[in-house]
Write a protein that binds this ligand. Sequence first.
Ligand code: ADP
Ligand code: MG
Length: 154
Amino acid sequence: MRHLPYFCRGEVVKGFGRGSKELGIPTANFSEQVVESFPPDISTGIYYGWACVGSGDVHKMVLSIGWNPFYRNTKKSVETHIIHTFKEDFYGEILSIVIVGYIRPEKNFDSLEALISAIQEDIEEAKRQLDLPEHRKLKEDNFFHLPEGKIVNN
Ligand code: ADP
Ligand code: MG
């Protein structure tokens, strides 16, 4: 897939309260500015990759690039679910991600149960994919070990 792997760093902002956390699947949202720095032709859908908050550990993640309901679906939103249990929220912190691969396009679901089970499958797929040696090596990329403080999108 074009554009991958894609490296990105930016602040975690408040999302539009779709209740992801209530579903047990919180998603850290990037600001509009970071989203605008993405290639305009990047496909919407679900991706997997690596993520790190501040200078913390690097964890597996699933990411959704979707249409932002706030702008009547004319702009994209980028949301990262990190496959790790955090003690606290991290709004305002710098999230660094590398998007490694694509899982599937966006879908509409008939029920909340169907949505949640699809996401659980995405998470399992992400875990499997990221254990492959060619994907695992991106976890060690220097990108995650840069000095803090600078926001770089790319
Ligand atoms: P919002 O609509 O503000 O994005 P969410 O319900 O999606 O709200 O929750 C996202 C927030 O939850 C993140 O910004 C972050 O501070 C926190 N959070 C806690 N654990 C995680 C995690 N494992 N992955 C992503 N965000 C997490
Ligand atoms: Mg969110």
